[in-house]
Design a protein around this ligand. Structure first.
Ligand SMILES: *[C@@H]1O[C@H](CO)[C@@H](O)[C@H](O)[C@H]1NC(C)=O
Ligand SMILES: *[C@@H]1O[C@H](CO)[C@@H](O)[C@H](O)[C@H]1NC(C)=O
Ligand SMILES: *[C@@H]1O[C@H](CO)[C@@H](O)[C@H](O)[C@H]1NC(C)=O
Length: 846
């Protein structure tokens, strides 16, 4: 027995407690045992915190005996580890003994030497000559080679590798990727039965690692992936004064662990038998364990409660909503709080080519289930996006690590499940979306949130409109009265400055010009100052006293028609600010005079260039392409980004004005319509627009939407490229209009023949030309659904990706153009002019 003295000395010397050594060791069949601990004997750690021994669960009449470790000093009886949880000793005579064999294996035997439990399934190698077992201060029961003691951590076996339901400081919750040892917490069956219950809590490493709570094999709760600071969804995991935590993920292992800040302030994590992971801390004052945090903590922590693409927000009731741009798969079920169908994209994905897709950023969320994820920790967000974009089954991407500006790449290859809103601690994810859904606004909002926003927006809009109308009415009335008194004289509204009406400027924001100022500026509306004829009256050039050039749109004095349009334009454009929209400087309402004052555009309108052989030469291809893009951005602003979302309804070459730098400005909002965020359009009995630019559904059925503007835009682009008007287009070989002609050339691969002669092919970027024609043909599709929206158009024009193939356009021959309908007896036509380009109004007699 002299070989035993060495470990004994070592143990006494060490701070660790040791297993008592019983010299008259029981002989086990073939194994020589070196140590043993019988029922009734215990071992206590050197600091008295933990105790190892035999126990029966507290508060039960059960006579089952278990070998376990429990807190001793602070809370006698809080069991943290059980060796034979599924194989209790039923021998009531206290015959259980823990033995350590010469080979370094711990075995639990009863009085008849039947093995009830052993550590032999561990990876211990039997080559050791002097195994010792120790209960470390941490509560870890270890077996190691006494000769290897200096090494400290080189254990042959340790209880920390086989957790029960409790994670202690220093334990690893996770997996060794080399040995395959997986450490997960497994709940007790009940408070008095330590056998394995229903719930486990561990690290799932099938995708990017995340902690998962399972009932059997069914997910109950998910922490979300580690993001460098915490698990994405574990709100309760914050730096604190009690414990520090860490997550290790490398080639060898992946685990979560924690350490105490002050070794006498205790904390433990338990997977309880009711399916809740609880962290407890010891309260010295009340002498009990208090719950520090629970997971799942609330309804939104219930795994996948809102199902695919649903988003849970605990602030809402019900908590489930769809992610922005997603809608319930079944609204009916959803309304009954049955979320099992989840949500689907409002606009379905189309993966024909890369440019038909993009990604929308959602912020402040718990990242979805990563089990079908792929990752690379060294990639940047841009590289990540590029990889995701290439594979259409890639549904989303995100940074792995949110610290230091973000790094790493996480990709999802399945429906996104278990997202919740975490406004403060959530992170960003980029979800694949049809290009048409990609607007500049970003952020993660559930539908419901969106809805409130819309309602607020609509209320605001209604308020603005009411205010505007009331003010306009007030101003008109006042001026009308005043005009009766001093007709033709300067009104008292014209102040010393000679231009603005201060009192109303405040209310309307829009400067009011007085009639005299405008008359003066335009040389009393001299014919020489006339720039042209708009839909509802002439437009004059004027020069204000300070030298500023203006354009004055004057509503015909004796016309009753157009007042609505005029008001509409004031209300519309006052709220709009964009470099590709013409800027309204002010207005003038005086008696029957109604005028709008714009910034003056020295280059007048686009039609004067593109439809003129000589002037056309001044607009080379790069300028034309800039104009196309500028108009597209202006329209995008109107459709999606402006405060009032606007359908222009009368987009045409003569309504595109050009400033001194040939920057295009969309003008004439007389017939524009504002629409709510949830509306896509409306139907009108009063079809207003210009032949050649009107979409089929609008011209025929009066249905207008952003897609009718898209049609007009497509026509405009073809006109810019070809230098020909759609309306009145003539070709000796066929009766097609410009749309039909373009389509025909496109089909035959001869699109380049469309290029305007003064342009010449040489000056052109042919790929830009072809792309413009292609996009234009997509815009003039017969069916509104087939037309892209403006954000896609802007994207398509600016990118290189492949495009969808257009079908035959709407209104592709002169004959299919429904103008004949207009002049049939059932409709009364009122055009303000017979000139091609003049906006016309068709009043339907229904
Ligand atoms: C640790 O906590 C104990 C008990 O609350 C306290 O007495 C002791 O001062 C603390 N030690 C440190 C270093 O904070
Ligand atoms: C991760 O990305 C980096 C940088 O793009 C690359 O060099 C590396 O090979 C990638 N690793 C894997 C496993 O794909
Ligand atoms: C897309 O990703 C999935 C999942 O990783 C993979 O199975 C598939 O082969 C990929 N497809 C392409 C075209 O790379």
């Amino acid at each position: 027995m002299s070989s035993m003295s060495k470990p004994i000395i070592l143990f006494l010397y060490s701070v660790f407690s040791i297993l008592s050594i019983i010299s008259d060791a029981v002989e086990l069949d073939t194994i020589t045992t070196t140590l043993s601990l019988s029922d009734g004997q215990t071992m206590v750690t050197s600091d008295g915190t933990f105790e190892l021994g035999f126990f029966s669960p507290l508060g039960t009449t059960s006579t089952n005996r278990y070998l376990g470790i429990w807190y001793k000093k602070i809370s006698n009886g809080t069991v943290v580890w059980v060796a034979n949880r599924d194989t209790p000793l039923t021998d009531t005579s206290g015959g259980g003994v823990l033995k350590l064999t010469d080979g370094g294996v711990l075995v639990l035997v009863n009085s008849t030497n039947t093995i009830f439990w052993s550590s032999s399934n561990s990876s211990s190698n039997s080559s050791t000559h002097s195994p010792v077992a120790q209960l470390l201060d941490s509560g870890n029961l270890v077996v190691k080679d006494a000769n290897d003691a200096a090494n400290g951590q080189n254990f042959l076996w340790q209880s920390f590798d086989y957790p029960s339901d409790t994670l202690l400081p220093g334990m690893k919750l996770g997996k060794n990727l080399v040995t395959g040892i997986e450490r997960r917490l497994w709940s007790w069956k009940s408070g008095d039965d330590p056998s394995r219950g229903d719930y486990t809590f561990g690290l799932d490493v099938s995708g990017y690692p995340q902690l998962v709570l399972l009932k059997g094999s069914v997910e109950q709760y998910r922490s979300g992936p580690w993001n460098g600071l915490r698990f994405s969804g574990s709100v309760g995991l914050k730096p604190n004064s009690i414990y520090t935590f860490h997550f290790v993920f490398d080639q060898i292992e992946a685990y979560y662990g924690f350490d105490l800040v002050n070794s006498s302030v205790f904390s433990r994590l338990v997977m309880n038998q009711n399916g809740i992971v609880q962290r407890f801390t010891w309260n010295y004052n009340t002498k009990n364990w208090i719950i520090y945090v629970n997971a799942p903590a609330d309804n939104c922590d219930v795994y996948g409660i809102c199902h695919a693409y649903g988003s849970c927000s605990i602030a809402n009731s019900p908590a489930c909503g769809c992610l922005d741009k997603f809608v319930p798969r079944s609204q009916k079920d959803w309304d009954k709080a049955d979320w099992s169908g989840g949500c689907v994209r409002r606009t379905l994905l189309n993966c024909h080519n890369e440019s038909s897709n993009g990604f929308l950023k959602y912020s402040g969320v718990k990242l979805p289930d990563t089990r079908s994820s792929w990752f690379n920790s060294s990639m940047t967000l841009e590289e990540c996006k590029a990889v995701c974009l290439k594979n259409c089954t890639c549904m989303a991407y995100a940074n792995i690590n949110v610290t230091a500006g973000g790094s790493g790449c996480l990709l999802w290859f399945d429906d996104l499940i278990d997202i919740r809103e975490l406004p403060e601690s959530g992170q960003d994810i980029y979800i694949r979306m049809a290009s048409s859904e990609l607007v500049s606004e970003a952020g993660s909002k559930s539908n419901r949130k969106k809805r409130t926003k819309v309602i607020v927006g609509l209320a605001l809009l209604a308020g603005v409109l009411m205010l505007g109308l009331t003010l306009a009415l007030y101003v008109w009335k006042k001026k009308h009265k005043q005009r009766k008194l001093k007709r033709g004289e300067r009104s008292e509204y014209s102040l010393e400055q000679g231009r603005t009406n201060e009192s109303h400027k405040e209310d309307l924001e829009l400067p009011m010009f007085d009639l005299a100022t405008i008359a003066n500026a335009t040389n009393n509306f001299s014919i020489n100052n006339k720039l042209g004829e708009g839909g509802f009256g002439p437009v004059y050039k004027g020069i204000l006293e300070e030298g500023k050039e203006i354009a004055v749109k004057r509503l015909s004095k004796y016309s009753t028609q157009g007042i609505d349009e005029f008001k509409n334009e004031v209300i519309c454009i006052e709220k709009l600010q964009h470099r590709n929209l013409v800027k309204l400087l002010g207005c003038c309402f005086q008696g029957e005079e109604k005028m709008l004052i714009y910034e003056y555009m020295p280059n007048k309108s686009l039609d004067l260039f593109i439809f003129d052989q000589t002037q056309g030469k001044l607009l080379d291809w790069p300028k034309r392409f800039d104009i196309i893009n500028g108009v597209a951005r202006g329209l995008l602003y109107l459709h999606q980004d402006s405060r009032l979302r606007i359908i222009h309804r009368d987009l045409k070459a003569s309504n595109i004005l050009l400033d001194v730098n040939m920057i295009p400005k969309i003008s004439d909002f007389g017939v524009a319509r504002s629409f709510g965020e949830n509306e896509t359009g409306a139907t009108t009995k009063r079809v207003v627009g210009t032949h050649g630019y009107m979409s089929p559904e609008y011209a025929v059925d009066g249905i207008f939407s952003v897609k009718s503007d898209i049609f007009s835009f497509g026509v405009l682009v073809l006109e810019i490229v070809s230098g020909k008007r759609n309306r009145g287009f003539f070709h000796p070989e066929h009766h097609l209009n410009l749309l039909g002609h373009s389509w025909r050339l496109f089909k035959e691969g001869r699109s380049l023949e469309l290029i305007d002669a003064p342009l010449g092919e040489d000056s052109c970027s042919l790929s830009q030309v072809l792309r413009s024609i292609h996009v234009a043909l997509l815009c003039v599709q017969q069916s509104p659904e087939d037309r892209p929206n403006m954000s896609s158009v802007v994207l398509m024009l600016g990118s290189e990706g492949a495009l969808l193939q257009p079908k035959q356009p709407g209104f592709y021959t002169e004959r299919t153009f429904p103008e004949m309908d207009y002049y049939s007896s059932s409709r009364q036509t009122q055009t303000t002019s017979s000139v091609n380009e003049i906006t016309m109004t068709v009043l339907e007699a229904r």
